[in-house]
Write a protein that binds this ligand. Structure first.
Ligand code: AMP
Ligand code: GLY
Length: 420
């Protein structure tokens, strides 16, 4: 098969790495890709949020299967355009991608399907929103309805911060994403993520993970896209996973089908777990980054068969071949991230690292210039390892990290601390 992956992060490098190992893959193109992806696949410059451009490219290159990495092309309807053109694609329609693109839509689906989640109210004007916050008191959570690059959620520990967040959102701080606001009950507990393939009808869990969103050790400092992850997440035990599948994911997928907007792709359920009960925090309609890197490390070549089965509607007859293993990824980011940072610094030491089925450096923001690898983004490398125990995987990942020579970068030394 000729396969096209859309995206350019560590997520897409790990997807490309898994797909390349599958004998069914004859040719792999990643658009736009990065310096690490270019070492294992062809890269192409393409406007991946333009459905017409992606369809033309797929037709010109006789692409049999497209895997969409990030949410923006999904929300822009790229999967719809490909399906209309008869190209097989992994990823939901724009209508089904509203499970990520609109917080109030997700709440509506939870209401209709009875999925446990935080109590909430929706507002399109500041004054009633503020009155609701004063009546409920803090802690309370204020969310911009639309996609806001992960910055549209304010967990307010006091009432004033919540009121300020309302002023920011209705004042246009998040553009159109803040035209509607969802105010939620603050949920206590431990967070973990469940990744479930969906083919519109059937569902298949492909693993659990825990991310480290804060920039600093001990989960301190600003929020980031994720500074590291591991899989499995011990807090999401088999019993709790079964509850989440039965009470949250399955009813969601059934409700989407009932509405004639079936969900096909990966549903990434962010869960809050307390007293043995999971509740939904949010859905994403794509793989997490860096969570995908640990999932791909564990699944290896079969990942492509699983995504292909989801796209072809064959999940009912598909099983995951599980190993009793653990994977961890440590993100190396440019100093200054998630604030401003320099681009163009040179990364050395990568050539000497062993890369195999248990050790991989997945690239995110990198660029090859005159034979050197340069940093070109905030999150730059994902040093990833797999082992029989989390401790073994972690020791190996940090041993690799220690050999990367990049003075302009930094990382957290405590990835995996909750589980260990
Ligand atoms: P979201 O973008 O909805 O995942 O929100 C970002 C983060 O805010 C989540 O990962 C949680 O840590 C936190 N969060 C969101 N909603 C709630 C809630 N209702 N209660 C507590 N924390 C929340
Ligand atoms: N790592 C969080 C995300 O991909 O949304």
């Amino acid at each position: 098969m000729n396969i096209l992956i859309l995206g350019s992060g560590g997520r897409e490098h790990s997807l490309a790495w898994a797909v390349m190992q599958n004998p069914k893959c004859d040719r792999l193109i990643v658009a736009p890709g990065n310096a690490g992806i270019a070492q294992i696949a062809e890269c192409a410059v393409l406007d991946i949020e333009n459905g017409g451009t992606v369809v033309s490219f797929a037709e010109e290159n006789a692409i049999d299967f497209v895997i969409v990495g990030p949410e923006a092309p999904l929300a822009a309807g790229v999967a719809d355009r490909l399906r209309e053109a008869g190209v097989l694609v992994f990823g939901p329609s724009a209508e089904a991608a509203r499970l990520e693109a609109s917080k109030s839509f997700t709440k509506e689906i939870c209401d209709a399907s009875g999925a446990p989640t935080a109590a909430y109210a929706r507002f399109t004007e500041a004054e009633p929103a503020k009155a609701y916050i004063r009546a409920q008191g803090a802690p309370i959570v204020v969310k911009a309805d639309g996609l806001a690059a992960g910055k549209g959620v304010i967990v307010a520990m006091d009432e004033q911060s919540a009121l300020d967040a309302i002023d920011d959102m209705f004042g246009g701080a998040f553009g159109g994403a803040g035209a509607e606001v969802v105010i939620e009950e603050f949920m206590e507990g431990e967070e973990a993520s469940l990744f479930v393939l969906c083919d519109g009808e059937d569902i298949l869990s492909i693993g659990t993970a825990q991310d480290h969103k804060r920039v600093g050790e001990g989960d301190t400092g600003l929020n980031t896209g994720g500074m590291g992850a591991y899989s499995p997440a011990p807090v999401l035990s088999a019993e709790i996973e079964a509850l989440a599948m039965d009470q949250i994911v399955r009813p969601t997928v059934a409700e989407m089908k009932r509405r004639d907007t079936p969900f096909q792709g990966v549903l990434y359920a962010g869960l809050m777990i307390k007293d043995g009960q999971p509740r939904l925090v949010e859905y994403n309609v794509r793989f997490g980054d860096p969570e995908c890197q640990v999932l791909m490390m564990r699944l290896g070549a079969q990942a492509m068969d699983l995504l292909h089965a989801a796209a072809e509607g064959r999940l009912a007859e598909t099983r995951v071949n599980w190993a009793d293993d653990h994977a961890i990824t440590v993100v190396l980011a440019a100093k200054g991230y998630p604030g401003s940072y320099e681009k163009g610094s040179v990364i050395n030491g990568l050539d000497g690292l062993v890369e195999d089925s248990r050790n991989m450096v997945f690239h995110a923001g990198t660029k090859a210039v005159d034979g050197q690898i340069q940093a070109s983004g905030g999150r730059v490398l994902n040093v990833t390892a797999r082992g029989d125990t989390l401790q073994e995987a972690r020791d190996r990942a940090y041993a690799m990290v220690d050999r990367v020579d990049w003075p302009e970068g930094f990382y957290r030394r405590d990835i995996g601390w909750r589980a260990l």
